[in-house]
Design a protein around this ligand. Sequence first.
Ligand code: PMP
Length: 389
Amino acid sequence: QDNGGHLFSYAAEPKPDGQIQNKYINLDHGDPTMYQSYWKQMGDRTDVVISGWQSVSYFSDTKTVCWFLEPGFANAVTRLHKLVGNAETGNRHIVVGTGSTQLFQAVLYALCPNDAPDPMSIVSAAPYYSSYPLITDCLKSGLYKWRGEVDDFNKEAPYIELVTSPNNPDGSIREAVFNGSGQILVHDVAYYWPQYTPISSKADHDIMLFTLSKSTGHAGMRLGWALVKDEAIAKKMVKFIEISSIGVSKDSQVRAAKIMDVINDSYEDSKTSNESKRFFDYAREEMAKRWSQLREVVNNGQAFSLPTLPVGECNFSHQTFATQPAFAWLKCEQVDDCESFLKKHKILTRGGVHFGSSKKYVRASLIGHEEDYNEFIRRLSLINSVESP
Ligand code: PMP
C-alpha cells in the first residue's frame, strides 16, 4: 500500500498482533519518541502549571513584530541558541509557528509577490524532504509551484531554493546548489543540533527554520520558530499565521520555554549538571549507539548500504564524530523496490520516490522507541544473513 502521498498517514500500519517479533515496525514517520525516556527521567523538573485564567487573550506582546510570541519562549529560544552556538540570533526577528510546517507555508506566502504573472518556482536538490512538494502544491496556489530539482526553470527570475542541512532524508550537509541570480534561500535547519551533527559554526542565513520536534523531541507540542533578518518578510510571515490560525498556542509556548530552560539551566548550573545526564549529551550518545549498531549490521552483509557522512569537531560538545542523522537513508543493493521488500519483513519505511529519488532507497526513522529500534536491527541482521551469499 502506498502511503507516501500523504503528509502524515497511519493507513500503512496494519493492526498490531501482539508479540514484537510479529509486529509491523513503523519507521515511516520521524516521530521522535526516542526522547520520551529522557524526559521521564527528568520527573517533575519540567512540569508547568497553567491556570484557567491564563492564555485567555489572543495577544502575547503587541510591541513585537510577532505579537503572538510569548516573551518567555523567545527568551528560551535565544538562550538555547547561545548555549549550543548553532545559530546567530542577533538582529533577527523570531516568528513562532505551529510546527515548522506552518512556518514553511508562511515563508512561501511572505516571499512570493501576489501580483507576479507566474507562480514562483520552489526547488530543492533531491533527495529532498517529502513533505515539501505536498505542502507547496496542496492548494494549487497561484503564488508558487513546486519544481523539485528540475534545472530548466528561469534562474534569472526570482525562485526559492530550500536548503535542508543536515538533510532529510540522507543526512548530508548542504549548501545552495542552483546558484541563479534570482535565488532566494530558505534554510531548513531542523536537524542542526548537536545530537545529529557536529556544530561547526553559527548558522547565519537570512531565513532559518527550527522546530521543537527534532531539537527537544516534543513534536506533539507543534512548535517551530523562524529566525528572520528582514523585518518586512517577518511581518508577512506573521500576517500568514494571523490569517491561517490567529497565532500559535500560548500553552505550548509556555511548556516549551520550561523544557528549553531546563536544558539551558543544566548546562549553566554545575550543581544540576552533576545529578543526571544533560539532554544533548544523552541524545548524542543515544544517536551514536544507534548508528554504530546500524552500521555494524549493514556492514555484516551485502543486502544494504548507507551513505558515508562527514566527520567533524563539535564546538558545543568538543567531540569529534560523524553526522548521525535522525533517519537512515538505506539502499537495497539486491532488489529494486526497497520499500516493498522491507514491508514483506514487516518493516514500514518511506520509499525513495517520495524524496525525488529511486525506489532502491528508503528512509527509516531512527528516533523511535528503543524496543522498535532493536527489533529493526534484529530484522535487518536476519535479512542480511539470508540475502548475503
Ligand atoms: N523540516 C524538516 C526537514 C523535517 O524533517 C520536519 C519534520 N519531519 C519538519 C520540517 C516539520 O517539523 P514540525 O514538526 O515542526 O512541523
